[in-house]
Design a protein around this ligand. Structure first.
Ligand code: UTP
Ligand code: MN
Length: 279
């Protein structure tokens, strides 16, 4: 049988195969969004109003995608190869007539990095009440929502040793906690907790604290997290659950109670066995 081989043309150099060019496309995009943020008063005002400092914005490389259909396309997609890479990484969308347009428009951009710091995707938030509130990169060769945790790289960077990791729901929760010095929070990307998340977390720490809303949805999500956790729980690892008061998320709560209040809640979180048997 003939072994099918890829057409080894000029483009298929080692670097193209290693996906380095895709990371580069994301890096160029991130820098572009960061530059745009610096020039966008409305976006800066929004972030300030949500209580974020410039320092946090810089650390998490926050950016802004302007309104309009081709800002990124024009600024970063200036060669056919780069357009292809922006398409592959989900930053451009192909039109029926063969043209392209920017996926993210008029949104605060949250770059998502893998645990070693490489950019793999973005989340984008509207400034107003538009929908969807958050738009995330689609699944790509680099980005798998069910595997990645927002903030894990930054948490590793900020802590020599992660005594515990707090798992929250939103990008803004991670940022609000980091801002008050609780730099060990990560967020799932709008998906339920998966086995892969758990494995990823248990490689970094012995203790995981899941933080959920106190409402029905939060309780359902917590139980589901417990079910996913049980089979992968290892000797020596601890899993806790923190239920927040109804209507609060870590972002809102930490602004009311400051770091100390939130740390006290973490301290009083319920252990997995207690949660299991009580429920
Ligand atoms: P939330 O709506 O609870 O996020 O969604 P949040 O961080 O509290 O939002 P704001 O900015 O404070 O209002 C939690 C997470 O679910 C995903 C995002 O990852 C978000 O951070 N999500 C939410 C989406 O992917 N799309 C949506 O439309 C909404
Ligand atoms: Mn919130």
């Amino acid at each position: 049988m003939t072994v099918p081989r890829e057409n080894v043309g000029q483009k298929t150099t080692a670097s193209r195969e290693s996906q380095q060019h895709l990371f580069q496309a994301l890096e160029n995009t991130c820098r572009f969004y960061q530059q745009q943020l610096k020039k966008s008063d409305a976006a800066i005002t929004y972030l300030k109003q949500r209580g974020l400092t410039g320092e946090i914005a810089k650390q998490y490389r926050l950016g802004f995608a302007l309104s309009g259909w081709d800002h990124l396309l024009k600024a970063v997609g200036n060669t056919p190869d780069m357009v292809q890479d922006l398409l592959t990484t989900g930053l451009l969308i192909k039109k029926n007539d063969g043209g392209y347009y920017d996926r993210f428009r008029e949104r605060i951009m949250f770059p998502i990095r893998d645990r070693s710091g490489r950019l793999i995707g973005f989340g984008g938030r509207v400034l107003d009440n538009g929908t969807p509130k958050y738009l995330n990169s689609p699944e790509t060769v680099l980005f798998h929502k069910g595997r990645e945790l927002y903030g894990l790289y930054e948490a590793r960077l900020a802590n020599r040793e992660l005594k515990y990791i707090v798992v929250v729901e939103g990008y803004m929760d991670v940022l609000a906690l980091a801002q008050v010095g609780i730099t060990c929070a990560v967020a799932t990307l709008g998906t339920a907790t998966t086995t892969q998340h758990l494995q990823q977390l248990l490689r970094q720490t012995n203790k995981i604290i899941f933080c959920f809303d106190g409402d029905t949805a939060g309780r359902t999500a917590a139980w589901r997290a417990l079910e996913v956790t049980l089979p992968v729980l290892q000797e020596g690892s601890q899993v806790h659950f923190l239920f927040l008061p109804e209507g609060e998320d870590p972002d809102s709560l930490v602004r009311k109670e400051q770091a100390l209040g939130f740390l006290k809640r973490l301290d009083e979180s319920v252990s997995l066995p207690d949660y299991l048997f009580n429920t």
